[in-house]
Structures are given as structure tokens and as C-alpha cells.
Design a binder for this molecule. Sequence first.
Ligand SMILES: [Zn+2]
Length: 361
Amino acid sequence: MQALTSLISTSVSDHPARVTLSGTYYDASSSRAFDVLMHLEADGTLRVESVEINRVAQMSECPLSDPLGRMARHFTLPDGARLEITDVDSLANWEREQGRSSGMHLVHLMETRWRWVSAAVIFLLGFMAAGYIWGLPIAAKHVALRLPPKIATITTDQARYLFTKMLDLKDSKVPAKRRQKIGAKFLEMAAAMDPGSKHNYRLEFFDAKFPNAFALPDGLVCITDELIEKAKNNKEVYGVLAHEIVHVREQHGLRSVLQNSAVFLIWTLMTGDISTVAGMGSALPAMLAQSGYSRGFEQEADFGAADYMIKVGWGTKPLSDILQRIDPEHHLGDAEEALSSHPLTGNRVKTLEDYERSKRK
Ligand SMILES: [Zn+2]
């Protein structure tokens, strides 16, 4: 026995790729079992040795069973004899060293380490869910508020063009004098609500087929004649504009787009190159049109508008009133629906009232 051991160790050092394993040999004809040593040689030869057995075969002619948990694996020799290996770890190491792969390693790993793997999978899913719910909006805000202004400008120009076509926007027919008055108030509100802003706040009036207003990333707010016609007074218009100013200040548009394209966002964070967003320039306006705002963003815009309106002594009623007035006929087409920032009016009015009451306490 001593002689055999030293023979093996010598052979191993001469041929680093060689491995010797113990196993059980089942004779094809008699099914008798023999304890054997097997040598897996670097040249692809399989040698089986014991006192009774001495066989040589080519491994390419001896299929090896796939790993399945910690179950023993076996080579099948050309004449049907089987060679069983219980030391599956050493065999797997040898396969790795040989660059052999049974293609079952993941399954093997999961079967042998299933407790560990299922814990890891649960952790990963939890981590991803948390990342999606909390991490993604935070990351989107971080990126959106730090984008170079040029990107907001390009996006706005293209989105404005796109919306003009999509929504068939025409030149406003509201008298110039009234437009001037509303426009001046809009700038005054923007300066008060977003002091020291980097955004280029400006208001445009359009003739459309529906009452609406929307904000674009660089500070352009658009309002339709139909919304102004629905308003009983300018304060109601200002309430809507205050809401849109918050959308710009908080960059809800770009944040929606970024949140809705998480893969792209993760790529930006990984590469640390925020300027690559510029490459998305052509896609952003279309995405902006499709993404709409989340209910959370709408509420933030309502509350931001309410803060201003309460502060200047108007209260939130003008905004609530116009929301309710435009709601019943607010059944818009797809493109318009996407742009509409006024869903679920009933809830919003109630929430606005509750908010104002809490602020006045
Ligand atoms: Zn809105």
C-alpha cells in the first residue's frame, strides 16, 4: 500500500492535470463491485486499477453522468461496466481544471446549496423591490436635478414640436392683453415658488380642443385657451399654473422618464457619465409624452401650489373649483390622456381641502 501511494504522488507531480480518485467498479457481466483507484490522465485516458481489475479506456468513449446534488456520479465504459465516484467535489474540481463543463453547474450548486441559494434569492428579490420602490425614485431625482440645462432645453424644444403636432395646437385666440397679464403673474409666481431657479420659466398659450396645461423640463409651461375659457377668474388659472410650476421645479417630467427607464438610469449611474443622457435626446420627448405623472408627483404639485395659494391669501378653492369644472368633459384621447395631469379629480379636491385645513391649524 505504501508503494502504491508513493507511485500516485510521483505521477501527480509529473502530470499536473492528472487526478486520482477512489471509486467502485461494477463489472458489466457479473455486476460484481470492486473498490478501485481511477486515474484521469491529462491525455484523456481513464485507467482503472485494483488487485483484480486493470483497465484502460478513452474518456471520450466513457460518458460521465451529470451532477445531481451530492449523488454519486459514474462513467460508463464501452462494454457497459460502470465506474462510480462518490467524491463528487474532487471530480467537479477536476472538470473545472480541465475546462470541462457538464452544463449543470448552476443546477448542481442550487441542489447542494439550496438553503444558501434560496436565502440569497429572497434577499436579492427584497433588495430589488426596495431598490425599485425607494432607491429608483431617489436616484431618478438625483440625476434629473443634476442634468445639464442643455438637455432640458433640447428635450423641451423637441417635446414642444411633438406635442404641437400630436395635439394639433394652434395659435392662441385669447386677447393679447389678458395673455400679458397672466404671463406676468406666471413669472412672478415662478420667482416666488422657485427662487434662484436655473429654469427658464415662460408661458405659452395655445388654441386646442380641450382644457389643459402642461409643463416641460426647461421651464416652458403651456396652457390652452379652452382652460382659460373654463376659468371663472384669473385666480383659477393661476392655481393651475402654480401646479405646473411645481412640476418644473421638481423636474417631474424627466424624473418620470428616468424612473420608467430604469435600465438606462442604472447604466448612467454605473458609468458615472451623466452626459451620456444627451445621447437619449431624441428619445426623451417621446418618452416624456408617454410617461405621464405618477399620483405622487401630482399630489406634490397640488401641495406645492396649495402652499403658494395659502401664502398669498387665495386659499386652495380656485384650484379645486377649476379642477371640478374641467373634469366632467375630461375624456381625452390617448395622447391627450398621457399629457393630462388631472386624473381622479374628486380625490384631489378632497385631498387639497384636507391639506389646507391641516395648514391652517
Ligand atoms: Zn399635474
